[in-house]
Design a protein. Structure first.
Length: 243
């Protein structure tokens, strides 16, 4: 099988993760920001919107297997498979390329979402970090890490049970899985379940010129990184167990 170039992998993950974050942050902004047509749409609209964001992101990043999530990448690595996607062998270099593409894509998607809703961000009188990054409903670090761990474990384990890459599971199935996780397990922390999904937009929030934006809560930022990465790794290891 012909190997896929790492530039193709990088570009695919940038585009796929960028689409994911553009639509995901977009639905949160539509629900939360003032004077939008979707203002007050509620949690269910957010979970459905994130599901469709994943659906679109998987298609957009199909060339690289559409990981669009570092937890998926490390989960595949831990599962013992020898390829991240057909034609992409698992190496340290390819791993770093996936992670870099995901982070860059997440940042760019967040910036595009901000540009789309720029007038509404300008009209906001309260801090807007919640439209970019996740945060706990009740700040309890062990419980917050556990919530992210559990949600990500479910995501990655089910993906791995259906195939070695998300594209083999199917975009619609992944989207419905994300909606289910958000509806069932998203209440404690806003279900980042994806380190790039939280870190890239958090960086964007920190650097963008948004009036009254508030702080970026860097003290919490490690939780949606460590929890999902651990969840992905454990899911990968558990997928080796014959059931």
């Amino acid at each position: 099988m012909e190997e896929i170039g790492l530039w193709t992998v990088f570009g695919s993950e940038v585009v796929g993760t960028g689409v994911l974050l553009l639509l995901g942050i977009g639905v949160v902004a539509n629900v939360v920001l003032p004077q939008t047509l979707g203002n007050g749409g509620g949690w269910l609209l957010i979970t459905i919107g994130w599901g469709f964001a994943v659906f679109a992101g998987v298609f957009a990043g199909a060339s690289s297997g559409a990981h669009i999530n570092p937890a998926v990448t490390v989960g595949l690595w831990a599962s013992g498979t020898d390829q991240y996607a057909p034609g992409v062998p698992i190496t340290l270099t390819s791993t770093l390329v996936y992670l870099a593409g995901q982070l860059v894509g997440a940042f760019l998607g967040a910036v595009l979402a901000w540009l789309t809703y720029r007038s509404h961000y300008a009209a906001a009188t309260e801090p807007v970090l919640g439209t970019f990054a996740t945060g706990p409903a009740i700040r309890n670090t062990p419980n917050n890490v556990l919530a992210e761990f559990v949600g990500t474990f479910v995501l990655v384990y089910i993906i791995l049970r259906f195939g070695d890459t998300p594209s083999q599971l199917g975009p619609l199935a992944v989207a419905l899985l994300v909606v289910g996780i958000g509806a069932s397990l998203g209440g404690p922390t806003g279900y980042a379940i994806n380190p790039a999904r939280d870190l890239g937009p958090r960086i964007a929030h920190a650097v963008l010129p948004i009036r009254n934006k508030g702080g970026s809560d860097w003290g919490y930022s490690w939780v949606p990184i460590v929890g999902p990465l651990l969840g992905g790794i454990v899911a990968g290891l558990f997928s080796r167990v014959p059931i």
